[in-house]
Design a protein around this ligand. Structure first.
Ligand code: AHR
Length: 502
């Protein structure tokens, strides 16, 4: 029996909906085929956007979408993707499969897509191979309301009114694919580029995000914050509102052997989950460095790339990063989202990589068919936390696993008071075999009603186009409530969501 304590009186912070954000890059079949099929496609679409996909994303209450990359962002020239489609410049997507990019999905199309989904926009600018002028004019094109060369171009391209840009990233992975810069070089350039990311609408200032570290490269965080934030204290937010962090769960120890998405044993199950839990340490240690420069928590940590990265599905283009998604991915999603909730005082946004057909996708498509992955179902349960208030909670755990190096706590949780006035508990069971009895105690708070739902199955269970509902959200009714105590058993390999009316 494991005791699980929740203190509804101890409120710990606001859970931004953006902690459940997504990322869509011009990579493989994410944008083309996945989201955008063009107006003339036989696949049902509205202005080129797949109806089935948009509907599924609306159901998730998808809060924010990052675009156009990734590594692609630092070689993307926005002017190639606006204006009449027949004359848009074509390019080779050198990062991702060397395929032809015809630029038929560009700025106006991204704005249309996000309007259909009903989500915020996170645009990632090109610092690696683009100019300050180019970045500045893109912001003018998107957000300037009035007469100006770029606003006039937007109007000529069919959009009279400016759009709202919520978040803007100045470069991506500039320590690597975005230009192989040192933190000093990046920091100084960031200061310059961001100057020209103008706030044309002062009532809706753009949240500016500086490129953050690769995983545990703590020096990058320190130097960039020193250069771009601490030395700029005369401005309310320094020169930045957020710093990104990228960390992927890669089971294999060599890049050439990352591991299969579906064929793995128990050892690899625990190794994957153990590597996922490293996110906790990363956030804590980067937060410590951020606290040194920014004790008032003005800057957000933006985990804008996270998720599993396996070997591609056999027979698919290695540059397209197409992988299946199992109950193991459901656990990875549940654990990460719980970690983000617990750090909501510093983590303001997180974007899983990537939305469709790439890496840990929530949706996979094949022609006109679409399936929801186990990861989709976890996001669908966790949406109850969006805009909630994190509550103090603690669960007793044991250490489990098969190898000393990759032991994990058997349980992982977070709890919020939702916008609906109910308490939302999300709990993951990391054991590949064992169910656990849980005794939940809510301090001074009797529970009137409990509703449960769960994503569970064999560790490598997954959905296919022939069997799309092998893994789905199921009702979980077996909870005994008595006053302020709840007793239930959580099955192995599962992500559970309980809604408590108190
Ligand atoms: O998500 C795939 C790639 O991973 C992104 O383009 C890049 O930013 C990261 O290395």
């Amino acid at each position: 029996m494991y005791n699980f304590y929740i203190n509804p009186k101890n409120k710990k912070g606001h859970i931004n909906p953006e902690l459940q954000g997504h990322f869509s890059e011009h990579l493989g079949r994410c944008i083309y085929e996945g989201l955008y099929v063009g107006e003339n496609s036989d696949i049902p679409n509205v202005n080129g956007m797949r109806k089935d996909v948009v509907e599924a994303l609306r159901e998730l209450k998808l809060p924010v979408l990052r675009w156009p990359g990734g590594c692609f962002a630092d070689e993307y020239h926005w002017r190639d993707g606006v204006g009449p489609k027949e004359i848009r410049k074509k390019m080779i997507n050198t990062h991702w499969g060397g395929v032809l990019e015809d630029n038929s999905f560009g700025t106006n199309e991204f704005m249309e897509l996000t309007e259909q989904i009903g989500c915020k926009r996170y645009i990632n600018g090109n610092m690696g191979s683009g100019t300050v002028q180019e970045m500045s004019e893109w912001v003018e094109y998107m957000t300037f309301d009035g007469v100006s060369p770029m606003a006039d171009m937007r109007k000529a391209n069919g959009h009279e009114k400016p759009w709202k840009v919520d978040f803007f990233g100045v470069g991506n992975e500039n320590w690597g694919c975005g230009g192989n810069m040192t933190p000093e070089f990046y920091g100084n350039n960031y200061r310059r580029y961001q100057t020209f990311v103008r706030n044309y609408d002062p009532k809706n200032p753009i949240f500016k995000i500086a490129c953050g570290p690769n995983g545990n490269e703590y020096e990058w965080t320190d130097v960039v914050l020193e250069t771009c934030f601490r030395k700029a204290q005369e401005r309310e937010h320094g020169f930045m509102d957020g710093l990104s962090l990228h960390y992927y769960t890669v089971p294999g120890d060599e890049w050439e052997h990352k591991g299969s998405a579906t064929q793995f044993d128990e050892k690899e199950w625990y190794k994957t989950l153990s590597k996922t839990l490293f996110m906790e340490e990363l956030i804590s240690r980067h937060t410590q460095i951020m606290d040194k420069h920014d004790k008032d928590h003005k800057i957000g940590l933006i985990v804008d790339e996270w998720g599993t990265w396996y070997d591609v599905e056999p027979g698919t283009n290695p540059g397209f990063l197409y992988q299946q998604n199992t109950v193991r991915d459901a656990l990875v999603a549940g654990i990460n989202l719980n970690i983000f909730n617990k750090h909501c005082d510093r983590v303001r946004m997180a974007n899983i990589a990537q939305l469709i057909n790439v890496l840990q996708a929530v949706i996979l498509t094949d022609g006109d068919k679409m399936i929801k992955t186990p990861t989709y179902h976890v996001f669908n349960m966790y949406k109850a936390h969006q805009n909630g208030t994190l509550l103090d909670s603690h669960i007793e755990t044991d250490c489990i696993g098969l190898e000393d190096k990759y032991m994990v706590p058997n349980l992982n949780e977070s709890v919020s008071l939702g916008e609906d006035g109910k308490i939302h508990v999300t709990l993951t069971n990391l054991s590949a075999k064992d169910a656990y009895d849980i005794r939940t105690v809510l301090t001074d708070t009797p529970v009137k009603e409990v509703k449960g739902e769960i994503v569970t199955g064999k560790m490598n269970a997954h959905n296919t186009f022939d069997a799309p509902e092998t893994v789905k959200v199921q009702a979980f009714d077996d909870v005994k409530a008595n006053g302020n105590e709840l007793c239930f058993a959580i099955p192995a390999c599962s992500v559970l969501h309980l809604t408590l009316t108190v």
